[in-house]
Write a protein of this length. Structure first.
Lengths: 266, 301, 421
């Protein structure tokens, strides 16, 4: 790893009162790298995502993206720098159509969003981007559908499509396959696998099998700390990982910081 | 069918008051003016999900400034109205700066408090506002407009304002507002400055409330603290809700229903606010989406 | 709609009395003669001054009942609308009465802001509007509207002027005032302060409190230390009740003499009060405790009809109705000729007034009265009332000033009290 990292986290701590949801985490991603972040519930994965995207500010430490220190930047500033994310709990505009969701995503970085009297149309480039993102997410033909009326799987696909439309430089996927049927998972996995190779991707996933098949490297977290960083093929047999996932759970009384459903935990 | 029929029906409804006795022309004028206020409220309540309780104050400020500029300073009425609208817009911007970072019940209470400040100022700053006696003028007389001519002038202005608001909610910015209503956090992560957009929406909404206020000044020839007080803001909001939040045109229906009801019920009983309250409760139980909202749902079926 | 409105809303139904129409002078066209005179009565039946509004209607109603619902030789129909103590509602209802119910003239309102809103409206329509209670000085002074006449009414400062004079003559040299903070209060205090200071007295301090003040303790504390020989309190309604009670319970009663504005000790206030109110001095043109036989009869009739003593609201609308009726009698009910009607009302001297004296209007449409200095005393039956003990004859709204000169000074306000240093 000789080239300058795309994303560099140094000694990130996120504290909620006395609780340190993320504790002294450092990691580096290179351009085009695909990284999975694994760990049990409450390990601090989503909080780490929030610290990267700005939804939550890091209590200490630094977040540097493509050489720019964005530790204290607002989420929208970070979005302008090319950081896109999906949400673990589906966070779409439920009463709007697929196309309207895509428009909002496409326009987030353009001045056109301030047009008070203009027509609600996309520019040619934006339209092309939307089309490409919908194609990449297998949603072509669903443009007019109101999100509320779509299946959960399709909503997850739209999450990805919206994150892709602004041609981000880094994409953070927070459990994109959570709650999906096995068939839908395969579908989402294919979408992720086919993402452009120059896009840096960070993936939180509970399904280890799914995650390991998609990424170049893996970070395993527990109780807010990074406990293992390794290549996918080393992970499965790593004693610490086995302990976390199969052995004695550490998590008794562990704070449920991320408020997630447990149903699909491996 | 509906596409052909509705413009015809709207045209008839808009011109019908001209053949009625002058009193009903006045009532119709009032309905049009309050429809604009209700739509201005709806811009915020229905499209950004922020329910304001200060629009009566913004509306009233415009009326006060219009009357003051025309009758005390002696400016031409057109200029006075523009000044009133500008004052309302600036006031809305200040309110917006203070309020848009909050949401839900906090937004409601903060805007309520801001409205009360305006009411207090109008009541106490007697030298300028005339205190509880208010300000009076003869704008309609000065313009030389009969009741029917005034109705037509108001109708034209209201249609322009409505077209502008319709354009606004169908614009890219309109989609942004709806996006903010649906998911503020998501909007931020997509690169939107939610606070800034809400401020713009609040200011635009204040502009339209100001248009309604300037028209009201000419219609009423009179501004007193009672038009900036809380009940005035509540009335604008009720009209928006009765018509259907998020439907925009519901403002016309809401203003019509509430003013027509006030007119008819108050002829029978002094307790008309009670009747209004009961109607509102029934409405919230059986058609919380408002008249236009309910109609849309039924048409879809 | 109009018909429906009338039949539902009229408190008073015109009694048939078609016989009265016979022998109608040719002056009145036949069609008009057949039509009753229709009066629009605006009263605050809901809102802050609803109690006063009901008394207003009672007084008005009592007069027309006594004359058999006839004015001149025409039947009278009264359409009542509630102004809700709110100027915008008042304006809207005035519009309804004029444009929809087609009334011949308007009557009523209590709160100055409602009266001013309606007056501004009739300025354009030319509808005659009679205001026995709306006291806003300028309506018959600087911003007079020819078709707005204060029959049986008074300006706010009219009865306060003589009280200022009386106070000085009692030997009071330092007076503190406390008043409700709105125009009616500013004008009454101003009237008192101007005359009192011009005589040589000194206003040591003025307190303005918001309407509906429930706790006067902070003001009372300051009034004690203000160094006043007497205190002038301008209060109305529930504020007045509370102020007088707290004045007594803080031990000021008996220590510092209390002078009240005419509304402060009106029947609408003292009717429900006890010893706390006894002894308060005020000035007014009407005193229910007067020994004048005409007044005694009016008060007895009123008490019989409504089981209470008349307040200023009831008295004024009774007298106001009589005034307009006397004028209509002179022109044989020809209310259609507005110019003639207004001119006649202005020229009419109210002979039958319950005051027992003839009352006339000044050149500005405001009555000139013998103003009485009154004291709240207990009647033998335990009821409180205002008994007059001194009279200032022929007091106009301009006191002893020249009208033109007087109107050159600004209207009384919180900042201008006419105080001579």
């Amino acid at each position: 790893m000789f080239e300058a990292p795309v994303l560099s986290l140094s000694n990130i701590t996120v504290a909620f009162g006395a609780l340190k949801a993320v504790h002294d985490v450092s990691l580096k991603l290179r351009l085009g790298e695909r990284r999975a972040v694994l760990g049990p519930n409450g390990a601090g994965k989503t909080t780490l995502f929030n610290a990267i995207t700005g939804s939550t500010r890091a209590s200490s430490g630094r977040v540097v993206f493509e050489g720019v220190d964005m530790t204290r930047m607002s989420p929208q500033r970070r979005a302008h720098l090319g950081v896109a994310r999906t949400f673990q709990i589906t966070n779409l505009f439920a009463e709007l159509s697929v196309l309207e969701n895509m428009r909002l995503a496409a326009r987030g970085l353009s001045w056109r969003k301030f047009s008070l009297m203009g027509r609600d149309r996309l520019s040619h480039t934006e339209a092309a981007q939307v089309e490409a993102a919908l194609a990449a997410s297998h949603l072509v033909g669903r443009e007019a559908t109101v999100v509320r009326e779509m299946s959960y799987g399709e909503q997850r696909q739209l999450e990805v499509a919206m994150a892709l439309v602004g041609t981000p430089r880094m994409l953070l996927l927070d459990e994109p396959a959570a709650g999906l049927s096995p068939a839908e998972r395969t579908h989402v996995a294919a979408i992720i696998r086919n993402l452009p190779r120059n896009l840096t991707v960070v993936l939180i996933e509970h399904d280890m099998d799914l995650a390991l098949g998609l990424v170049d490297s893996v970070t395993v977290m527990q109780n807010g700390r990074v406990i293992v960083e390794a290549a996918p093929d080393e992970i499965r047999n790593h004693p610490l990982v086995q302990e976390v996932y199969l052995g004695k759970p550490h998590g008794v009384g562990e704070a449920e910081q991320e408020g997630r459903a447990n149903a699909h935990t491996v | 069918m509906i596409r052909i029929l509705s413009p015809v029906l709207i045209g008839i409804a808009a011109l019908a008051p001209l053949v009625l006795p002058t009193y009903f022309v006045s009532v119709a004028t009032q309905i049009l003016i309050f429809a604009v206020l209700a739509m201005a409220v709806d811009l915020l309540a229905g499209f950004t999900g922020r329910t304001p309780l200060c629009h009566g104050a913004i509306f009233g400020t415009s009326a006060y400034v219009t009357i003051y500029a025309a009758s005390v300073v002696g400016w031409p009425i057109g200029l006075a109205m523009l000044t009133g609208i500008l004052a309302a817009t600036c006031l809305a911007m200040v309110f917006g700066l203070l309020a848009v970072r909050t949401s839900g019940v906090y937004f409601l209470l903060l805007t309520l408090a801001l409205g009360l400040i305006v009411w207090g100022v109008c009541l106490r700053w007697t030298e300028i506002t005339g205190g509880e006696n208010g300000l009076r003028a003869q704008l309609r007389e000065d313009l030389g407009l009969s009741t029917r001519q005034l109705y037509v002038a108001v109708l034209v202005t209201v249609l322009c304002a409505t077209a502008a608001m319709w354009r606004l909610v169908r614009s890219p910015f309109g989609l942004t507002m709806r996006g903010i209503k649906e998911g503020e956090g998501r909007m931020a992560s997509l690169g939107y400055d939610v606070t800034l957009h809400l401020l713009i929406a609040f200011t635009a909404s204040g502009f339209f409330a100001g248009v309604a206020g300037a028209l009201y000044a000419v219609f009423n020839d009179f501004a007193s603290p009672s038009i900036v007080q809380l009940s005035s803001s509540v009335q604008g909001l009720l009209m928006a809700i009765v018509g259907g939040v998020g439907t925009l045109f519901g403002g016309f229906v809401g203003a019509f229903v509430i003013i027509a009801m006030e007119q008819t019920v108050s002829a029978f009983t002094e307790r008309w606010p009670t009747v209004l309250g009961l109607t509102f409760i029934l409405m919230m139980i059986f058609a919380p989406e408002g008249v236009v909202g309910k109609a849309r749902l039924l048409l879809k079926r | 709609m109009t018909k429906l409105l009338t039949s539902r809303r009229s408190l008073l139904k015109s009694s048939a009395a078609a016989a009265g129409a016979i022998g109608m002078p040719s002056l009145v066209r036949a069609a008009d003669a057949a039509r009753p005179i229709r009066i629009g009565l605006l009263a605050p039946l809901t809102g802050v001054i609803a109690a006063g509004g009901k008394e207003l209607v009672e007084g008005f109603q009592m007069y027309w009942e006594q004359v058999g619902m006839m004015a001149g030789t025409r039947k009278v129909e009264i359409v009542i609308e509630d102004d809700a103590s709110n100027p915008d509602t008042a304006l809207q209802k005035a519009r309804r009465l004029v444009e929809q119910a087609n009334v011949d003239f308007l009557f009523g309102n209590i709160l100055a802001n409602t009266g001013l809103a309606v007056a501004n409206y009739v300025k354009n329509t030319g509808t005659p509007y009679f205001i026995p209670v709306i006291a806003a000085d300028d309506l018959t002074q600087r911003t007079r509207i020819p078709n707005v006449i204060r029959v049986a009414g008074y300006t706010a400062s009219q009865t306060a002027h003589p009280l200022g004079d009386w106070a000085y003559k009692q030997g009071y040299r330092h007076v503190a005032t406390i008043s409700q903070d709105y125009t009616f209060g500013h004008e009454q205090c101003g009237g008192f302060a101007q005359v009192f200071t011009e005589a040589g007295g000194k206003i040591v301090q003025q307190f303005w409190h918001p309407l509906n003040t429930s706790d006067f303790s902070s003001y009372l504390g300051q009034l004690v230390t203000a160094g006043a020989d007497a205190i002038f309190a301008m209060e109305t309604g529930a504020d007045s009740t509370r102020f007088i009670q707290q004045y007594a319970s803080f031990g000021l009663k008996g220590r510092i003499p209390l002078l009240g504005s005419m509304n402060a000790t009106d029947q609408s206030v003292i009717r429900t009060m006890g010893a706390d109110a006894e002894g308060i001095i005020s000035c007014a043109h009407f005193a229910e405790g007067s020994t004048d036989p005409v007044t005694v009869k009016f008060v007895a009739d009123y008490e019989k009809r409504y089981q209470k003593l008349p307040s200023i609201y009831g008295f004024s609308h009774y007298s106001g109705a009589m005034w307009v009726d006397e004028a209509l009698g002179k022109i044989r009910g020809n209310v259609e000729d507005r110019a003639l009607f207004l001119k006649t009302v202005l020229a009419t001297e109210l002979v039958g007034s319950p005051l027992g004296k003839t009352v006339k209007l000044d050149a500005y449409g405001n009555p000139v009265y013998d103003v009485m200095v009154r004291k709240v005393v207990k009647r033998p039956d335990g009821k409180l009332w205002n008994e007059p003990f001194e009279t200032y004859p022929q007091v106009s709204q301009f006191w002893k000033y020249d009208p033109e000169t007087y109107m050159k000074q600004p209207p009384y306000s919180r900042t201008f009290q006419g105080i001579k240093a």
